[in-house]
Design a protein around this ligand. Structure first.
Ligand code: AR6
Length: 168
């Protein structure tokens, strides 16, 4: 397994699966979620609606992951995961780690050889960037997976630098 980082827009990645930092509703939102739905087109939202109408009637729980088509994106699949909202009074690190572990489990089920991750929870959900990067890198390193190429695609310098430090 190879882990790399790059700066930029995750929707432009040539990978088998792009991970989306979604919310439980799976109905889209801002940040990377908005960018993925915009670039991938309505097929992604249609697939999310189907999931809500079937096994995820109450939404996708925090820390879990589920795949849909990637629509018009170059990727074959989008893997939606729901990060925890950061809390100063409760340690939700295990839920954030679970997002990376579960996304890789879904990627293995799909047979994806390459996966791109954003910095889950590090935007609207306010997770401190250094901590988000440490949890992301440590969890991916600890997870047994068939995915050969794992990329963290970071949108700004601050997040990129934090991941660079976490990779060591
Ligand atoms: N490519 C890569 N990274 C991006 C992109 C992009 N195109 N756009 C933003 N980022 P966020 P969260 C970075 O807020 O904190 C949504 O409304 C961003 O700079 O997208 O998990 C959902 O619907 C940050 O570093 O996700 C949920 O309601 C990282 O992606 C909520 O936000 C994650 O920021 C989820 O919040």
């Amino acid at each position: 397994m190879g882990i790399s980082i790059s700066r930029g827009d995750i929707t432009l990645q040539h990978v088998d699966a792009i991970v989306n930092a979604a919310n439980s509703s799976l109905m889209g939102g801002g940040g990377v979620d908005g960018a993925i739905h915009r670039a991938g087109g309505p097929a992604i939202l249609d697939a999310c609606r189907d999931l809500r109408a079937s096994q995820y009637g109450k939404g996708l729980p925090t820390g879990q992951a589920v795949a849909t088509t990637a629509g018009r994106l170059r990727a074959r699949w989008v893997i939606h995961t729901v990060g925890p909202v950061y809390s100063e009074t409760e340690d939700r690190s295990a839920l954030l780690a679970s997002c990376y572990r579960e996304s890789l489990r879904v990627a293995d089920e799909l047979g994806a050889a390459s996966v791109a991750f954003p910095a889950v929870s590090a935007g609207v959900y306010r997770w401190p960037v250094e901590s988000a990067a440490r949890i992301a890198v440590a969890t991916v390193r600890e997870t047994a997976t068939e995915v050969a190429d794992i990329r963290f695609v970071l949108f700004n310098d601050e997040v990129y630098t934090a991941f660079e430090r976490a990779l060591g």
